[in-house]
Design a protein around this ligand. Structure first.
Ligand code: FAD
Length: 368
């Protein structure tokens, strides 16, 4: 039997993939779009503070009202003990863009994916793409379970999973070995701020989550995490107890819901697009969480990738690829400078292994 042929297959149904699929349907309603998501948009996920800059992007996707109806918790301030022990606070009240939000990430990702489905995207949950092969008409995708479908173009948005790199002829470069050691809590005291604290082993952050939940994470690197034993509950709680500000907001009645370790370093892809495919979100360029740029960048690059894919479907693939690669390269250049400066500012710990490496410039990146 001949597999179904779509104009565009979006692989990965996170924020980047959903934004791409939705923007395609809004921009080019004649194109048929399928979105293939390995999971089911449930469960605990890192990446929960949505900056205010996301609001116009959600509006442009037609999701502004639905997002408002979710009533996610406003993120009113960021407080950081970074260049010294005392807290410096930045309040959203004084920001022209207004406040951001503390998300329930699974609920946010579902909102976006369901919005894409409502706009006519064929959403397939539980469809982990295991391989992509070039064909005379585009691509043939194969799921881990053996299902097959065809598409003229691919938008590759599988987050920090680069399984398709070899099939698409792209190279992945990890620039450091940073990771996040997270724990989620229920019945936690609300605080309204995102709190950041530099410590010798790395830096900690904590944020409210909807429903009186809270996430606390330590970002460290492989060697410092091993020395501080952050993978074990005993080491992690011991290091938390040595923080001054982060431990104080947890409150006495909080109950741990679960723990996770997630890669959190800078990873780049080269090239970020090629004949018949465009990478978006973390897949194109995964940033250190210190930059707070992940979700906005995922939405924005998803939208750009949709425009590029629509141009490519109309026979302007070469121009679309060149413009898309240029846009993403601009983003990366700004990020590299800012990240090095931010890490260098935490001078109190400059002699510690984590901070010595973090303050170095991330390596040269080839972008074509
Ligand atoms: C510890 C930590 C904290 C962070 N905090 C913040 C924050 O506060 N604010 C912020 O803006 N950003 C934050 N980020 C970054 C943010 O989470 C990411 O940038 C964002 O999730 C990227 O969206 P994405 O759609 O590119 O990828 P993802 O959100 O990872 O989505 C990718 C999707 O692809 C699916 N998938 C993977 N492989 C396949 C496959 N083979 N086939 C089909 N589907 C597949 C996955 O199931 C997933 O649904 C944080 C990141 C980390 C690690």
């Amino acid at each position: 039997m001949t597999p179904p042929l779509y104009d565009v297959a979006v692989v990965g149904g996170g924020p980047a993939g959903s934004a791409a699929a939705l923007a395609l349907r809004r921009h080019s309603p004649d194109l048929t779009v399928v979105m293939l998501e390995a999971g089911d948009h449930r469960g605990l996920k890192a990446g929960e503070v949505l900056p205010a800059l996301a609001a116009p992007l959600l509006d442009s996707l037609g999701l502004g009202a639905k997002f408002a109806a979710e009533a996610f918790t406003p993120s009113l301030a960021t407080a950081s003990a970074w260049a010294g022990e005392s807290l410096a606070e930045r309040h959203s009240l004084f920001s022209a863009a207004g406040h951001g939000w503390h998300l329930d990430r699974a609920r946010f990702d579902r909102l976006l994916a369901d919005g894409a489905a409502a706009a006519g995207v064929d959403l397939r949950r539980g469809w982990p793409v295991a391989g992509a092969a070039a064909t005379p008409f585009g691509w043939r995708l194969r799921s881990a379970g053996g299902a097959v479908l065809d598409a003229r173009l691919l938008i590759w948005a599988t987050g920090r999973s680069w399984r398709l790199a070899r099939s698409l002829g792209a190279g992945v470069t990890a620039h450091d070995r940073r990771a996040a050691f997270l724990r989620f809590f229920a019945d936690a005291a609300a605080d309204g701020r995102t709190l950041i604290e530099a410590r010798p082993e790395g830096w900690w952050y904590t944020a409210d989550l909807p429903g009186r939940q809270r996430v606390i994470a330590c970002i460290s690197d492989a060697a410092s995490a091993r020395a501080a034993r952050l993978r074990s509950a005993c080491g992690w709680y011991g290091a938390l107890a040595a923080t001054r500000h982060v431990r104080a907001v947890l409150g006495d009645g909080a109950v741990e819901l679960g723990a996770a370790a997630r890669p959190a370093g800078t990873v780049t892809l080269a090239p970020v697009c090629g004949p018949g495919w465009f990478a978006a979100g973390d897949t194109a360029f995964a940033a250190d969480p210190l930059s707070s740029r992940g979700l906005v960048a995922a939405l924005r690059s998803g939208i750009f990738a949709a425009y590029a894919a629509a141009d490519a479907c109309e026979g302007r693939g070469r121009q679309a690829e060149a413009r898309y690669a240029w846009l993403l390269a601009q983003d990366l250049a700004q990020y590299r400078d800012a990240l090095r400066r931010h890490y260098a500012e935490a001078a109190d710990h400059a002699d510690q292994p984590f901070w010595r490496v973090a303050a170095e410039e991330i390596g040269p990146v080839r972008h074509e």
